[in-house]
Design a protein around this ligand. Structure first.
Ligand SMILES: Nc1nc2c(c(=O)[nH]1)N[C@@H](CN(C=O)c1ccc(C(=O)N[C@@H](CCC(=O)O)C(=O)O)cc1)CN2
Ligand code: MG
Length: 281
């Protein structure tokens, strides 16, 4: 039997190969896409992600700058840095690594990024465009989830997609993207009654709650596609929101953690940065 485990790293490599070709084409016209990554403080996980983003840029020929700002920086200073990057011609995409220190207003910082450079797709204008179905930068993790589902060869059309989690970064946008693929969508959350019964109706289950192994085999329909967005650290090990070992025998396809959705988040960021660059010329 062919493996039913979706290899997010492999899919990422395939997409990054074609992105590399696109960057080469741009370079022939003396154009190079540029990304600025801003990180505040020294959270080790955030540092890992930022390093991974810079390295991924470097690998495919995107110019990148990383700004490591101290924990004590004021919101005003951070906003000034963003203003500077907004008017920097070499920079087509700007992202501020989240979470930010608690004294800084995250939404105010995101809103300061020019919507044209908002390659995370978190700016209110891009979120609003997504809601009404206009062309916008898609948030990277949700876009990565949809791409992984499509690459199984299955379609979302007419399927029941059950999303667990309602964050602005994953749950809500992935529900909208599923809707635009003509899926029937249910969003579950911490107040949902009969969660297990609802998840069991899902032809496609997308778990984005941040609770280790909360989706167990008894909750999953035979043959469902299971996409695990969770990244939980338990005793120094990464585990998803899905009990992978149990659920993999029931699912038609399933993403592992690590090596599933995570790498796709960065791949979609690269793609958005190239799009931002092309739009600017
Ligand atoms: N400004 C943003 N902040 C955050 C985002 C985001 O998209 N934009 N998403 C997450 C963190 N994140 C990217 O920033 C991210 C998380 C995980 C991975 C990843 O590749 N994970 C690997 C495992 C890596 C590890 O060992 O820790 C995997 O799942 O295989 C990439 C990006 C929150 N903040
Ligand atoms: Mg993301």
């Amino acid at each position: 039997m062919m493996s039913n485990i979706i290899d997010g790293k492999q899919v990422s490599l395939e997409i990054r190969d074609s992105l590399t070709e696109e960057v080469k084409k741009l370079q022939k016209q003396d154009i190079q896409p540029g990304l600025a990554v801003v990180i505040v403080g020294s959270d080790p996980a955030s540092q890992t992600y930022v390093r991974a983003k810079a390295k991924a840029c470097n690998n495919i020929g995107i110019y990148s700058e990383v700004y490591e700002l101290p924990e004590e920086i004021t919101e005003q200073q951070l906003l000034e840095k963003i203003d500077e990057l907004n008017s920097d011609m070499r920079i087509h995409g700007i992202l501020v690594q989240l979470p930010l220190p608690k004294d800084i207003n995250e939404q105010a910082v995101i809103e300061r990024i020019s919507a044209d450079k908002d390659v995370d797709g978190f700016h209110i204008l891009n979120a609003g465009k997504l809601l009404v179905g206009q062309d916008s930068y898609l948030p990277c993790t949700p876009a990565g989830c949809i791409e992984l589902i499509k690459r199984t060869g299955e379609t979302l059309e007419g399927k029941h997609v059950v999303v667990i989690g309602r964050s602005n970064i994953v749950g809500k946008p992935v529900a909208l993207l599923s809707l635009y693929e003509n899926a029937t969508v249910t969003i579950c959350h911490s107040r949902t009654q009969n969660l297990a019964e609802i998840v069991k109706q899902g032809d496609i289950v997308i778990a984005a709650v941040g609770r280790p192994k909360m989706i167990t085999a008894d909750m999953v329909k035979d043959g469902a596609i299971v996409i695990d967005v969770g990244i939980n650290r338990v005793d120094g090990k990464l585990v998803g929101d899905v009990d992978f070992e149990q659920v993999k025998d029931k699912a038609s396809f399933i993403t592992p953690v690590p090596g599933g959705v995570g790498p796709m988040t960065i791949t979609m960021l690269l793609q958005n940065t190239i799009v931002a660059c092309k739009k600017s010329v």
